[in-house]
Write a protein that binds this ligand. Structure first.
Ligand SMILES: NC(=O)c1ccc[n+]([C@@H]2O[C@H](COP(=O)([O-])OP(=O)(O)OC[C@H]3O[C@@H](n4cnc5c(N)ncnc54)[C@H](O)[C@@H]3O)[C@@H](O)[C@H]2O)c1
Ligand SMILES: O=C(O)[C@H](O)COP(=O)(O)O
Length: 409
């Protein structure tokens, strides 16, 4: 029997964390109607229940896609992070289960950069404290401790998309910019790269973090690093909550070594808007606390919705994995006259020759073949002109090392 791809009505998308409606519109426009849409993140057990019959999952930064989730997601072929960070996904486990992961690496960059510059100004003017006092009926008219940002040094930790965009905005407002990054980066404008984190901390009036969550960035700002910062300096963190030792920061603010902070991300964040936010930073003057909204603007969310949904659609319709964060990247042409097979396998010797043997044994002529591998996984795409038989597919699925195998008609 000839095998065609799954009917679009049977392909299920599970969208979590209230991703923007633009994602749904993009999926509808491509013929995908089977969408379960939830406004919240799900805890592991609930997620495992919901993901059983999902082919695609869409999430933001709160949902944890753990190894256990992948082990219990038999139909899942791709995950879309409708955000920049992908640390909430066990990328290794995803790859081992043949699940391609996509994100939106630039769509909220500008939103974060704008917020950081705004916070630098607000903190250097002592606005959080003055604002609170006014709300309580007080009047704190004073220039004491208030400064312009012009001429001050902004120290950026991480000079990737957000760090470098922040650099441009800050310089245009007259700040001097220094940055520390583990990679040598082209400094934009008059910015300069320093050799060590310590040098950056010792010479900056405001330090802002723009690194991903990794083993190396965990608590990279702790008691020692805060102690190295200038007395009266400010700290901004809109990267990940694990990067700053939050108790050490609270202590440094209380003993007035650090004059203020603007923190958007926390080691533990509430699961949803109805849960209490607990932090040692609550109640401290000149600390701006925001609920992880660095990338939460209408512009960013709408763009992210379209961008990530399009990547999922392209992978579903065509097999293209370009920009996947964990999968070998293959850019594929349209295949109007061909039947396309997508085969994901462990990257071990012999799999490719076994695949080719199935084709010759079944007398199937290959019209095009595309292959990319990384150290763990191989992704091969084969276009043929006659439909795949169930027998050939069964043989392909039975090849040792096969992780996933699907047909696009
Ligand atoms: N608050 C929010 O809503 C929000 C929004 C978007 C992104 N983020 C976070 O911001 C992070 C940065 O985003 P991006 O788009 O700029 O990422 P990016 O990958 O473009 O840049 C990260 C930079 O950090 C550098 N880096 C990595 N490890 C480092 C280390 N140990 N020390 C110094 N530098 C190091 C990298 O070399 C890179 O230049 C994301 O990973 C995400 O976690 C938060
Ligand atoms: O990684 C990101 O893009 C940010 O942390 C934003 O995440 P969010 O979509 O959960 O707000």
């Amino acid at each position: 029997m000839a095998k065609k791809s799954l009917d679009k009505s049977k392909i299920k998308f599970l969208l979590l964390e209230g991703v923007h409606q633009s994602a749904i519109e993009t999926l509808h426009a491509s013929g995908y109607e089977n969408i379960e849409y939830l406004k919240t993140a799900l805890a592991e057990d609930e997620l495992i229940e919901k993901i059983q019959d999902a082919h695609f999952v869409g999430l933001r930064s709160r949902t944890q896609l753990t190894r256990r989730v992948f082990e219990n997601a038999p139909k899942l072929i791709a995950a879309g992070c409708f955000c920049i960070g992908t640390n909430q996904v066990d990328l290794q486990a995803a790859q081992e289960h043949g699940v391609a992961v996509f994100n939106a690496p630039y769509s909220n960059t500008r939103s974060v950069a704008e917020l950081v510059v705004a916070e630098a100004i607000l903190m250097m003017r002592g606005i959080p404290e003055k604002n609170i006092v006014c709300h309580r009926g007080g009047w704190l008219k004073s220039a004491a401790g208030s400064y312009e940002i012009r001429g001050k040094t902004l120290g950026l930790i991480g000079y990737g998309s957000i760090g470098s965009q922040t650099s441009v905005l800050a310089e245009s407002m007259g700040m001097k910019v220094k940055f520390y990054d583990v990679v040598a980066k082209l400094p934009l404008g008059n910015a300069s790269q320093v050799r060590s984190l310590d040098e950056l901390l010792q010479s900056s009036d405001i330090v802002s973090l723009h690194v991903p969550e990794t083993g190396a960035t965990k608590n990279m700002i702790g008691e020692r690093e805060l102690g190295l910062m200038k007395k009266g300096a400010y700290l901004i963190n809109a990267s990940r909550g694990t990067v700053v030792d939050i108790d050490a920061l609270a202590a440094a603010i209380k003993n007035k070594h650090i004059a203020g902070a603007a923190i958007d991300v926390f080691p533990v964040e509430p699961k949803g808007n109805d849960d209490e936010f607990v932090s040692p930073l609550r109640g401290l003057d000149n600390v701006i606390l925001t609920p992880h909204i660095g990338g939460s603007t209408q512009e960013a969310q709408e763009n992210i919705g379209v961008e990530v949904a399009e990547k999922l659609v392209r992978y579903s319709d065509n097999g293209t994995t370009i920009t996947s964060v964990n999968f070998p990247e293959v850019a594929l042409p349209e295949h109007p006259d061909a039947h396309r097979l997508l085969h994901v396998h462990a990257n071990v010797p012999g799999v490719l020759s076994a695949i080719n043997r199935v084709f010759s044994d079944n007398n199937i002529n290959i019209s095009s073949q595309y292959l990319q591998t990384n150290d763990k996984v191989g992704y091969v795409v084969l276009d043929v002109h006659s439909p795949y038989s169930e027998t050939a597919l069964e043989q392909l699925r039975n090849i040792e090392g096969t992780i996933r195998c699907r047909v696009l008609f």
